[in-house]
Design a protein around this ligand. Structure first.
Ligand code: NAP
Length: 250
């Protein structure tokens, strides 16, 4: 099948690896690869220059006009989307936004910024891309959450904004899964945890020589998560799955 997929947050890290792996698995398909600034995403645009199956599109998940414009522009090039993966996420930004170690480090503007991308972004993407997904072949909608967003699994504390934003994302996805399980054109909706992956996001927190923790390359992570996505069906909608297919408690 000429799968039509969209990777939201495709400029680097796990998102870029998804684009490459989707092209490898579906040579007849098309991947719409969205990011905030396609012109600045050198590796993505380089790939797209030599592969017409990759279509970079501007989309800032914290800007509703940008999300709507991206949906309109993609709808002009395809009548359906079979797979949409929200990858964009934020843990730290510059010197002003760091994961909090304790309550005294909690800051309202940081909370708002992290929630805006991690929790609100995928839900508003869902809103604007729903018509294309409804027209898809066994459509699937996924977002990269994180195990640290699990309330039941929280034993260490810290990282207030990131943990809370991923817990809110999970609730949004679960609620969406219930709405999208109704009617005749159902959309399977899941949350995914990629494991620890060697990207810019995790770089400051990966301890050198920490042999107890497995760190995946972005390519391995993307392949594992696509295997999970290939293995799920409508009965799995509303689930939270780790990279190995195991369910994670909410
Ligand atoms: N890496 C890990 O160990 C790990 C573990 C658990 C969960 N995750 C989750 O996996 C996802 C991907 O993480 P990663 O490690 O690949 O992160 P990354 O390397 O930091 O990449 C983040 C991506 O998000 C994009 N982005 C940032 N702000 C955006 C916005 N406003 N609108 C659209 N895109 C935006 C970035 O694009 P720009 O180039 O425009 O900045 C980039 O493509 C995240 O949701 C993260 O929470 C990662």
């Amino acid at each position: 099948m000429d799968q039509r997929a969209l990777v939201q947050g495709a400029s680097r890290g796990i998102g870029l690896a998804f684009v490459k792996e989707l092209r490898r698995r579906n040579p007849d398909g098309t991947v719409f690869a969205t990011c905030r600034e396609p012109a600045a995403a050198a590796e993505l645009t380089g790939l797209a220059d030599s592969d017409t199956g990759i279509r970079p599109v501007q989309l800032d998940a914290t800007d509703d006009r940008s999300v709507r414009r991206a949906a309109e522009s993609i709808a002009a090039g395809t009548e359906r989307l079979d797979l949409l993966i929200n990858v964009a996420g934020l843990l730290h930004e510059g010197s002003h936004l760091r994961p909090e170690r304790r309550l005294s480090e909690v800051d309202r503007s940081a909370l708002q910024r992290v929630f805006d991308l991690n929790a609100f972004g995928p839900l508003l993407v869902a809103r604007h891309f729903e018509p294309l997904l409804r027209a898809g072949e066994q459509p699937r909608f996924a977002a990269l959450s994180a195990r640290v967003g699990s309330i039941g699994d929280n034993r260490l504390g810290g990282w207030y904004a990131y943990r809370m934003s991923k817990a809110a994302l999970n609730m949004g996805l679960r609620t969406l899964a219930i709405e999208w399980a109704r009617g005749s054109r159902r959309i399977t909706t899941i949350a995914l945890h990629p494991g620890t992956v060697a990207t810019d996001l995790s770089a400051p927190f990966r301890r050198n020589g920490d042999a107890r923790r497995t760190v995946f390359s972005p390519e391995t992570a993307a392949g594992q998560l696509l295997d999970v996505l290939d293995g799920i069906g409508p009965d799995d909608t509303g689930g939270f799955f780790a990279w190995d297919g195991a369910r994670i408690p909410w």
